[in-house]
Ligand binder design. Structure first.
Ligand code: PLP
Length: 395
């Protein structure tokens, strides 16, 4: 008898994936240019030139034993040192290589972190709308998810609802800013309020409560400041990824950073190492580690995303859509003109527009439009978006 739970996870694909697969089928039928696929968050801009050069140089000049060999379980020490230096320089906070654990992206970082800090029966707070894999990771770690709806219309944290959701079992809260799916950036005021509440509750319950900062979109901000959480709250564990910042999602590289100010940081980090070991996550791909080590200060040129955001947002608003202008990531969160967002997505398919209902993100009444696509796709899709909204305005 196999695990029913794992079988379920392996066979029931997410709504996002289903829409993406539908898009692939439709592209084969009517031509890729005629399908406006805004379903997935797959970066469309190339990795910086320096990444390409680092790959070429490393491949041609590095001893294969190093290039393709095992690194230490937590990652190559030289790379971790460069990342720690980058964190110190950029954010002015304490960081040490001894607190950095290299992973296959943010997904593995989140899973290792959750497994490291929770015990069976603990609760982890997530703020809706949220990245749907959080539920999978939290449950796999043996904890229970407690969901708090974000405040509308700006999708900052509803601090009253957040405080009310905390209890003695609360072990962690996952925050994600810039956010998937809303594009919201949590303000400094929000982070300060969040920290204050957590400090008060830690004292009241006599437990540590960790902020798990899921940061794959940190560098994708279009002017807004993205507060660095370890500078505001001591018990912070950052889950970082180069998937979006360097446009390297397939290279599977990121890290866990346990802030040295975390209570008992050394043992928390040891638990992250133990979690990595128990999950079989040791030794992230050596070549990808070495490449990001050479490119710690690089960011992909995100100006194309900003242009896409402006074009799509301004056009949709002019057609009568309702959305909050995203400050980061590459998603536009648009209010569904009918109550059922899934019905809206189905109607959009008639116009060959593919986006995903917010129900997939634990939130009703919106759709997520991923604008990390070629600008021409957006330009060509605009008449279809206009005609789609006219169906509702005319109704
Ligand atoms: N967290 C969020 C909010 C994401 O949107 C994603 C991927 O899209 C991840 C984590 C996982 O990222 P990675 O590719 O680094 O595993």
């Amino acid at each position: 008898m196999i695990s029913e739970k794992m079988w379920e996870l392996g066979t029931k694909s997410s709504v996002i994936r289903e829409i993406f697969e539908y898009g692939k089928k439709r592209k084969a039928e009517i031509g890729a240019d005629n399908v406006f696929d805004f379903s997935l968050g797959n970066p469309s801009i190339p990795a910086p030139q320096k990444v390409k050069e680092a790959y070429m140089k490393l491949i041609s000049e590095t001893d294969p034993v190093i290039l393709h060999g095992y690194t230490s379980a937590a990652g190559d020490m030289g790379v971790r040192e460069k990342i720690a230096e980058h964190i110190r320089n950029k954010f002015g906070c304490m960081a040490d290589a001894a607190n950095i654990y290299m992973t296959c992206g943010a997904a593995a970082a989140l899973m290792a972190t959750l497994r490291a800090v929770v015990n069976a029966g603990d609760e982890v707070v997530v703020l809706a709308p949220y990245f749907p894999e959080y539920t999978v990771f939290i449950e796999s770690a043996g904890a229970t998810q407690r969901t708090v709806k974000s405040r509308e219309p700006d999708f900052q944290i509803d601090t009253d609802a957040f405080e009310a959701a905390l209890n003695k079992k609360t072990k962690a809260v996952i925050i994600n800013s810039p956010n998937n799916p809303t594009g919201a950036v949590l303000s400094e005021e929000t982070i300060k309020n969040l920290s204050e509440i957590l400090l008060k509750k830690q004292k009241e319950y006599g437990n540590e409560i960790y902020i798990i900062a899921d940061e794959p979109y940190r560098e994708l901000a279009y002017g807004a400041e993205v507060p660095y959480i370890p500078n505001y709250y001591d018990n912070t564990i950052v889950c970082y990824s180069y998937s979006k910042s360097l446009s390297l999602p397939g290279d599977r590289i990121g890290y866990v950073f346990v802030s040295p100010k975390t209570a008992d940081a050394k043992n928390v980090f040891a638990a992250v190492c133990g979690a990595g070991r128990s999950l079989g996550y040791v030794c992230a791909p050596a070549l990808a580690q070495l490449v990001v080590g050479e490119c710690v200060d690089e960011v992909a040129d995100i100006s194309a995303y900003k242009e896409n955001r402006d074009l799509l947002y301004n056009s949709l608003i002019s057609y009568g859509y309702d959305a909050v202008k995203p400050e980061g990531a590459f998603y536009l969160f648009v209010k569904s003109p009918c109550r059922d967002a899934t019905e809206f997505c189905e109607r959009a398919k008639k116009y060959e527009i593919l986006f995903v209902p917010s129900d997939s993100f634990g939130y009703e009444g919106y759709v997520r439009i991923s604008y990390c696509v070629a600008r021409e796709t957006i330009e060509k899709s605009l008449p279809a978006f206009k005609a789609l909204m006219e169906e509702y305005i005319g109704a």
